[in-house]
Design a protein around this ligand. Structure first.
Ligand SMILES: CC(=O)N[C@H]1[C@@H](OP(=O)(O)OP(=O)(O)OC[C@H]2O[C@@H](n3ccc(=O)[nH]c3=O)[C@H](O)[C@@H]2O)O[C@H](CO)[C@@H](O)[C@@H]1O
Ligand SMILES: C=C(OP(=O)(O)O)C(=O)O
Length: 437
């Protein structure tokens, strides 16, 4: 198991090219199963979760060809081995990442059945899958779950998949992607209300339309899908990763550094730049680049009635829960106070203990809420030894360590590698003192 050894306190500078978006590409890779024709995908990030999903696709029988150029692959799902889904290997591999759950929708639509071990991903609280399965059931599938076996199954009934009206209980991101991928090949019209609508889902829907699907309402929470007989191959380019972009903003603020983040796709960042601005961080637009200038201090704004700012998560176009840990770490060195309210996940704030060990002033009010009283960069955090509990807490602890006085060691960095491409190499290129051992 590798660790990161970090000496904090270096001011950083330079340009960053954001990686392709992890949570988009996991959807897009599953969609290659919806056609037997080749699908070319560009800007695929070289990260653990994505590489694992590509391996699962290969084990399922998908032909994977690497093209010239970084992150450019062609996939062809013309000889799927459904037996693999019942194998011990799949039980282990499929459980290793959250995104594998989105194999189910396409497999159900194309081959009439799908099996899935309970998916992994971050241990950040209960992560139920009701929306996914209820959606499949609405389309006419039968659902099976063996208690203790931790293995799910769905199969189409005699009448096949049929379009239906559904009002989702919650706007689940991967749930909506799964239902959309099943519905595009179902007979007739499917209406999905309270659909998740973040840019990555819009990207999936646009790709499916290029493949011949009929989807109305893309970008809204009301999707109307007319099923088609079959889909064709296509080409798709993955957006830059908005969570990675937010992580670089956090790093610049905490280390008082100027960073230029290239080609961020501003129109797909939604409320993210404004939330950082509310913390007092200057986030400047220059064409499609983002410049975060070096700032000695940044001051947290108050609400208009003068009360303490709350930053909380909400389904898109609200603020993504995946950036709340980073906002929290930034607040530790801001001037002023903020309440961080993580509404979606139950166990994502426990990592604040480590920040408190490092000298941050944080009161964990309950599993969902933490109040941060900023140190205004008057006292630096102190380096320490810690372990990365989940991907976003991991990057937040790494940012804290890079800003801290002295040496830090971070264990369990595989969590960070799940979602951040060559992170240590890229950090060294902008002046950070970090080694992987
Ligand atoms: C592989 C992938 O794409 N993972 C992302 C995906 O996970 P994922 O698709 O698994 O997350 P969901 O959108 O299903 O739900 C996330 C959590 O929010 C809760 N919830 C969701 C919607 C809602 O209206 N109300 C509500 O309370 C759910 O109960 C759950 O606890 O979306 C999450 C929410 O943006 C992100 O954190 C994950 O990084
Ligand atoms: C929670 C995350 O990922 P996953 O859903 O894959 O666990 C994340 O990307 O922050």
């Amino acid at each position: 198991m590798s660790v990161f050894q970090i000496r904090g306190g270096n001011q950083l500078s330079g340009e960053i090219i954001p990686q392709g978006a992890k949570n988009e590409v996991l959807q897009i890779l599953c969609a290659v199963l919806l056609t037997t024709e080749p699908v070319r995908i560009k800007n695929i990030p070289d990260i653990r979760d994505v590489n694992r999903l590509i391996e699962i696709l290969e084990d399922l029988g998908v032909k994977v060809q690497k093209n010239e150029g970084k992150g450019d692959f062609t996939f062809q799902a013309d000889s799927i081995q459904m037996d693999y889904l019942q194998s011990k290997e799949f039980k282990k591999d499929g459980a290793a990442l959250r995104g594998s759950i989105m194999l189910m929708g396409p497999l159900l639509a194309m081959y009439g059945k799908a099996y899935m071990p309970k998916p992994g991903g971050d241990k950040i609280g209960r992560r139920r899958l009701d929306t996914h399965f209820q959606g499949f059931i609405n389309l006419g599938a039968k659902y099976r779950f063996e208690e203790g076996e931790d293995f799910y199954g769905v199969e189409v009934g005699e009448k096949g998949l049929n379009g239906a009206y559904m009002l989702l209980e919650e706007a689940s991101v991967t749930g909506t992607a799964n239902i959309v991928m099943a519905a595009v090949l179902a007979k007739g019209k499917t209406t999905i209300y309270n659909a998740a609508c973040e840019p990555y889902l819009q990207q999936l829907c646009k790709m499916l339309v290029r493949m011949g699907a009929n989807i109305q309402g893309i970008g809204s929470n009301l999707l109307i899908i007319e099923g088609v007989e079959s889909l064709t191959g296509t080409e798709h380019t993955v957006l830059p990763d908005m969570i990675e972009i937010g992580s670089w903003i956090g790093l610049a603020a905490m280390t008082k550094s100027e960073l230029t983040i290239k080609d961020v796709s501003w129109e797909n960042l939604g409320i993210i730049p404004d939330i950082f601005r509310r913390l007092g961080i200057a986030v400047e637009q220059s064409g499609d680049n983002m410049i975060v200038p070096a700032q000695e201090h940044y001051k947290i704004q108050k609400f208009m009635d003068g009360s303490i700012l709350t930053v909380s998560d909400a389904p898109w176009p609200g603020f993504t829960p995946d950036l709340l840990s980073i906002v929290l770490v930034i607040a530790t060195q801001a001037k002023g106070s903020v309440l961080i309210h993580q509404k979606m996940f139950e166990s994502r704030l426990f990592f604040v203990d480590k920040l408190i060990d490092m000298g941050a002033q944080i009161i964990l009010c309950d599993p969902h809420r933490a109040t941060v009283i900023g140190l205004n960069h008057e006292t630096p955090l102190r380096g320490t030894t810690m372990s990365s509990p989940d991907i976003r807490a991991g990057i937040s602890l790494l940012i804290a360590a890079l800003s801290a006085k002295g040496k830090s060691v971070i264990h369990n960095i595989e969590q960070i590698d799940r979602g951040y491409e060559y992170i240590d190499t890229r950090l060294r290129a902008i002046g950070a003192d970090i080694i992987r051992e």
